[in-house]
Design a protein around this ligand. Sequence first.
Ligand SMILES: Nc1ncnc2c1ncn2[C@@H]1O[C@H](COP(=O)(O)OP(=O)(O)OP(=O)(O)O)[C@@H](O)[C@H]1O
Ligand SMILES: [Mg+2]
Length: 238
Amino acid sequence: MTDLVVEDLVAGYGDARVLHGVRLSVGQGEICAILGPNGAGKTTLLRALCGMVKARGKVTLGGTELAGRSPDAVARLGVAHVPEGRGTFMPLTVEENLRLGAFVRRGRAAVEADLGRIYTYFPVLKTRLRQAAGSLSGGEQQMLAIGRALMLRPRLLLLDEPSLGLAPLVTRELFRIVQAINAEERTTVVVVEQNAHLALGIAQQAHVLETGRIVLSGTAERIRADEQVAQSYLGYRV
Ligand SMILES: Nc1ncnc2c1ncn2[C@@H]1O[C@H](COP(=O)(O)OP(=O)(O)OP(=O)(O)O)[C@@H](O)[C@H]1O
Ligand SMILES: [Mg+2]
């Protein structure tokens, strides 16, 4: 069943158009990877999906129109965005950051239960509850950013370059956890990644974005298998 549908999505900043008619769809509970070179518009695409930049076109999640809504309204409809650079509140503690993630939710008991759930995915966060987010390591901060997003109980999780600045071992662990979250909670995931190999390892579908247009779409398996594709579109081996 299709969950996210994007058609003819046009977005940019002021007069500068960055996305020129993006079309893609993601199945319920699937992981979709967005690959492509620097400046292609990957971050802008995620921002357009969560209402942070003005966009035209059609964006629906489970049939509900998202385009034109505020980020707050999009969050209430179950879209959690982990932005490039993580977006954690550095002076606040780990626990305060996690609780902020549940800002659109009611029901204290459920929020308490969800904190426990986050600690099972990210045990290290439980040992750092009173620590300021700014004093965490890069890997811990990314875990906190994803944990905070999960506090929304999202239907759709948007991840922007989770591997940025992290050591390979930490990145692999993070992707393993994202895969576990997807499998256990059936959360639909759209992940933007420079590390094509890792992203294609957990995704079912992938799209390559170049100067604001999707130039290649297919199963992750096919894109990974096609070395020529990797060379010409991604500029490196996957
Ligand atoms: N806030 C902004 N104001 C104006 N232009 C912007 C803004 N953010 C991004 N852009 C421009 O939009 C284009 C696409 O940027 P975007 O950040 O979406 O690319 P990206 O694919 O995420 O790149 P990277 O891999 O480097 O993160 C670039 O030309 C960039 O300069
Ligand atoms: Mg980016």
